[in-house]
Design a protein around this ligand. Structure first.
Ligand code: 9WN
Length: 471
């Protein structure tokens, strides 16, 4: 997982037709600052998460970025989503990284050589690079949470019109194929939830949610001699996964890659297979967004609503723990739910049809000492009372903007407006004091990771705009 790119191609000025900043000097400054981050991270065809750390296009980043661009440059929001979906695989999967051919292999690890196994094909069965369709960009072979239908729907909602309808028409079958892949190839237990085959697929890469399942994967440090880490050359190793965990990440990725990224018989052979409540809640939210998109493009919304309802039911049946009052990940290799209380266990709050009992339980957790929101501090990525809560290490304590933006929407969806407002105040306070960082220290609020991080800026724009219609 890493980088070093220093190339900058900051073209693509903010669209002058973008909605203006909300009233108030401070908000005006925040708004302009956020727009400037997105301008600087625009390459001409897509937005990078960060110029310094993540020089390619990332999947769920693109979705969050579109939510912000919808307010200031909807044309770029559509272009970004197109750029990602142009790299969709024939089986429907949308890769978690789409590599920029102008960035060198040195600039990020694991790069195209790792994911391609040294070959030049973007994926098994793909047309050769440079064939009639134009250059096919190389990609990784794993996925990330499907937030894209929501991003597309919100982009349309903020700026409806003919262009937006045309873009939705182009995207709709691709978004359906993405969901279809997750609902079939990845429904390993046949119980209505998708399994992830790598912690990186969750987007919460180093969360304690994976510890129990990872413990069964051998930590073969020799793999780190074959593949050198880059992350710890750039960021303090105290912020990053341990070498043991990193070796496991590579082992799991190699296992999937070396079997051609096939999903058949995963249960029999793959070392990591987990159902994540965050990933599946976002899949449910995607079906709801697709139902709305279907109405615009003249397709049938009913199957999307039905699938969304099935996902919510399966989440409650399989991943909710009445004792902790949270959703937990389930290891499909052992059938066990992890005891770790992680922020992905709160994300089903985004589902409007979540039963009242679970809504109350999650709202209580959002206000509890474990995750407690205050006007100063949003929700951390992990239980503050856990012995291994770590305020610096990736996804093991720090505050992340995208997760909190989702929770803000979830609280509003269920009518908890006062708590949602407190969370919004805390989020905007963080970026006002620390800038648009990748993540934040859960006590001091100091910015950690990359500065000028795209999804933080994009989602701050949405918070500042505070749209009445959540979509
Ligand atoms: C690996 C880009 C991505 C995010 C992930 C975040 C981090 C990558 C890394 O950065 O992961 O995919 O190199 O650490 O964990 O959620 O999409 O912003």
């Amino acid at each position: 997982m890493f980088h070093l790119a220093k190339h900058a191609r900051a073209d693509g000025p903010t669209d002058p037709t973008g909605t203006s900043a909300p009233a108030g000097d401070l908000d005006e400054a925040l708004w302009r600052g956020a727009a400037a981050v997105l301008d600087a991270n625009w390459t001409g065809t897509h937005t990078v998460p960060s110029r310094t750390l993540y020089p390619h296009q990332w999947s769920w980043d693109a979705a969050f970025i579109s939510v912000g661009l919808a307010h200031i440059a909807p044309d770029r929001a559509w272009r970004d989503l197109r750029s990602l979906f142009e790299a969709q695989w024939p089986d429907g999967r949308v890769p978690h990284i789409v590599f920029d051919p102008n960035v060198t292999e040195r600039d990020y690890f694991p790069g195209p050589t790792f994911w391609g196994g040294g070959g030049t094909q973007p994926y098994p069965g793909a047309p050769p690079t440079g064939a009639q369709r134009g250059p096919v960009r190389l990609s990784s072979g794993i996925v990330q949470p499907p937030v894209h239908a929501l991003g597309a729907w919100l982009t349309w909602l903020r700026r409806p019109g003919e262009t937006a309808v045309a873009e939705l028409r182009w995207l709709y079958p691709r978004l359906v194929a993405q969901q279809e892949y997750l609902a079939t190839a990845r429904d390993v237990d046949g119980a209505g939830l998708s399994a992830i085959v790598h912690p990186w697929e969750s987007g919460l890469d180093n969360s304690p949610a994976w510890d129990q399942a990872l413990a069964a994967v051998p930590a073969d440090l020799a793999v780190l001699h074959r593949y050198a880490r880059r992350d710890t050359q750039v960021v303090s190793s105290t912020h990053r996964p341990t070498d043991e965990d990193y070796a496991r990440y590579l082992t799991i990725a190699l296992s999937y890659r070396d079997r051609g990224y096939r999903d058949a018989d995963l249960a029999g052979r793959h070392p990591f297979l987990v159902e994540c409540p965050g990933f599946n809640a976002l899949r449910g939210a995607a079906e709801r967004a697709l139902a709305r998109i279907a109405e615009v493009v003249g397709a049938d919304p009913a199957p999307h609503r039905a699938r969304a309802a099935t996902i919510t039911r399966a989440l409650v049946d399989r991943l909710f723990d009445p004792e902790s009052g949270l959703f937990h990940v389930r290891d499909l290799r052992t059938g066990r739910r992890s005891p770790a209380r992680c922020v992905n266990g709160l994300l089903p709050l985004v589902l409007p049809d979540l039963p009242q009992a679970q809504v109350s339980s999650l709202v209580a957790a959002v206000s509890s000492p474990r995750f407690g929101v205050s006007e100063r501090m949003p929700v951390p990525s992990y239980d503050r009372l856990a012995a291994d809560f770590d305020p610096y290490r990736y996804w093991r304590g720090p505050v992340w903007f995208n997760i909190n933006w989702l929770l803000w929407r979830g609280l509003r969806t269920h009518g908890h407006d006062a708590l949602a407002d407190t969370l919004r105040t805390a989020l905007l306070g963080l970026v006002r004091d620390a800038g648009y960082h990748e993540y934040f220290h859960p006590d001091s609020g100091a910015g950690i990771g990359s500065p000028a991080f795209s999804w933080t800026a994009a989602l701050a724009l949405d918070l500042l705009a505070k749209p009445d219609d959540l979509g």
